[in-house]
Design a protein around this ligand. Structure first.
Ligand code: AGP
Length: 601
């Protein structure tokens, strides 16, 4: 959904901007542009990826010690050189980079055109530069004009703004799109996400909606957009390191992040071990439980439903946040607990669902990876997943850590509510601590999975089936394959197969059967046989060796309680998706049409 960056200090700005944009490329990668200043504004931009454009346009050679930059994920206007950011006003003195959508841009554009402004691009962003230009005509200061113009915007925006006439400052604005300031020594940064400036500082200030920052090399001031009054902001120190945000020898971030899962799950466990009981006590009294999330986080929510229902006897409604916000207004109330799952903490739909829940008086608990992100600031309670930065667009370690903390929470809730046998809870806890080892063991299947990917490279459709909590694994396995390999895949409950999808099973169609031992294991074997009868290509994952007899490929999984199995069973499926994507010539870190954080609805 676009990445923006800004720098002001003593160093050559262009190099820092280009390097930072590279780290933000996961947010969008169809066009790139930067503007720097040395006496006048210098702008270079174009359609394409950063590495190509860096050489072609000699981006890193642009002069000056302050600048802003942008990597684009097109919403308004096709990806081409003209629509690439920065966008400027008629005078060429005001440059703007933008992440988000200006909903009223058509009406603003037509008003501005009537006043004589000439537009060059098809973007919604360009109106912002012209609006400021217009406001500047009767404002004594640039900041005053900026506020006046921005108050006319409707929609979501994180903005970086630079004015040729104000050589000491940069301006940044946040409304419903992420933006964070990086506080250096004699230099300042701003970006959509922390890794962009992590080589230089880990001291950050998170902007809230409706705030703007005036940033010079030695100072920053944050103000309320509506009133213009200064706001006190806390400086946070982030414990992410540069190594965490680099590939460290892996060909792709996704593969690195898959392999980081034993460590990430361990951090998730030990980072929450002492606090989880307290959270469980706080939520135990709520009768109505909702889980809201999107994409992979939504699949973690599906697993959560089985965990809370089985362990704590709590019925749970899991809803895509994009549906929840429009359909649940009359259902959610002060007796409700809403659990929002979001790795970024910035997904527009999930934030909207949280806001609705808060408005209706519900208690909101967020499960988040990015410290200080918007979801954490809107919620009553937060559990961090401690996965470290995830750069690959496809969620991997953030998913397994979400599952880990949700499992811990369900166990803690069961203890508070006294809903299951204590010995069983003890057994679950002991197995939980062994998860990092189990994940390490299944990572050992990588070569086998790579060979399998070679065999299946040309298949058009995949099916993933499971029962109970394994439905979550089926859905997530299918999503991983779709988003990075571009092969059609469906995840469904195995019981649903006979009710329609079985019609699509014919010779050689891969069916991944997620079959841990548990109360529906026999039923799964029957479903596998139904696929075999249609000559489907069964790949089964399970701990029972009987599966080998009924499968083309069998991946023996560690013997583990069914409720914990999603955390381990998804790992081979992530590897399968990864290797299929690479073999098919795709970049798994930057799947087409997708962006890491979806900050527009
Ligand atoms: C999954 O691989 C995707 N990255 C996507 O489905 C993602 O899980 C979804 O956009 C939600 O993101 P969030 O967890 O940051 O809210």
């Amino acid at each position: 959904m676009c990445g923006i960056i800004g720098y002001i200090g003593e160093r050559e700005a262009a190099e820092i901007l280009v390097e930072g944009l590279k780290r933000l490329e996961y947010r969008g990668y169809d066009s790139v542009g930067i503007v720097t200043e040395k006496g006048e504004l210098f702008i270079k931009k174009g359609a394409g990826k950063i590495d190509e454009l860096k050489e072609k346009l000699k981006l890193h050679e642009m002069p000056g010690n302050r600048g802003i930059g942008h990597t684009r994920w097109a919403t308004h206007g096709i990806p081409n050189d003209i629509n690439a950011h920065p966008h400027t006003d008629c005078t060429g003195k005001i440059a703007v980079v933008h992440n988000g959508i200006i909903e009223n841009y058509l009406e603003l554009r037509s008003e501005l055109e009537k006043k004589g402004h000439t537009f060059k691009s098809d973007t919604d962003t360009e109106v912002i530069a012209h609006l400021i230009e217009e406001a500047l005509k009767d404002s004594s200061t640039f900041e005053g004009a900026l506020r006046k113009a921005l108050l006319k915007l409707r929609g979501s925006f994180a903005l970086g703004i630079m004015y040729a006439g104000d050589k000491e400052r940069l301006y940044f604005v946040r409304n419903e799109s992420p933006l964070v300031l990086g506080i250096g020594n004699g230099e300042m940064f701003a970006a959509s996400d922390i890794p962009a400036f992590l080589p230089y500082t880990n001291k950050v200030v998170f902007l809230d909606d409706g705030e703007y920052a005036v940033v010079s090399k030695d100072a920053f001031t944050v103000k309320d957009l509506g009133t213009g009054k200064e706001k006190k902001k806390e400086i946070h120190e982030i414990n992410w390191t540069l190594e965490m945000a680099e590939k460290q020898g892996y060909p792709h971030f996704m593969l690195k992040e898959i392999h980081e899962q034993p460590k990430a799950v361990k951090e998730a466990i030990y980072g929450n071990l002492e606090t989880i009981d307290k959270v469980a006590e706080e939520i135990a009294k709520y009768e109505k439980m909702f889980v809201v999330a999107m994409g992979t986080s939504y699949h973690a929510g599906i697993a959560a439903k089985y965990l809370f229902q089985r362990l704590a006897n709590k019925p749970v409604l899991v809803e895509e946040a994009s549906e929840f916000r429009y359909e649940f207004e009359n259902i959610v109330d002060e007796n409700s607990l809403v659990i929002a799952i979001t790795q970024s903490g910035e997904t527009a739909d999930t934030l909207a669902a949280i806001r609705l829940a808060k408005k209706k008086g519900a208690k909101v608990l967020s499960i988040v990876n990015v410290v200080g992100s918007m979801a954490t600031r809107l919620s009553d309670l937060v559990i961090y997943t401690h996965a470290g930065p995830e750069i690959g667009v496809a969620a991997t370690k953030t998913y397994t850590t979400q599952l880990t903390v949700l499992t811990m929470l369900a166990i803690a809730l069961a203890k508070v509510l006294n809903t299951v046998d204590e010995d069983y809870l003890k057994k679950l806890k002991a197995e939980l601590l062994k998860l990092p080892r189990y994940i390490e063991a299944v990572l050992g299947y990588e070569n086998k999975i790579k060979s399998l990917a070679e065999e299946l490279i040309d298949r058009r459709d995949f099916f993933y089936i499971g029962r109970g909590i394994s439905v979550a694994t089926a859905l997530e396995g299918a999503l991983k394959l779709k988003e990075i390999s571009y092969i059609h895949a469906e995840g469904l409950s195995a019981g649903e197969l006979k009710h329609g999808p079985l019609a699509l099973i014919e010779e050689g169609v891969p069916v991944v059967a997620i079959s841990p031992s548990g109360k529906t294991f026999d039923k799964m074997v029957s479903n596998i046989q139904e696929v075999n009868a249609r000559k489907g290509f069964v790949i089964s994952l399970g701990d029972n060796e009987e599966l080998e007899k009924v499968s083309k490929v069998f991946l023996k999984m560690p013997k583990i309680d069914e409720l914990l199995s999603p955390i381990v069973y998804i790992v081979p499926l992530q590897l399968l998706a990864y290797h299929l994507a690479v073999l098919r010539g795709n970049d798994p870190d930057k799947p087409r049409n997708l962006a890491k954080s979806v900050t527009v609805e």
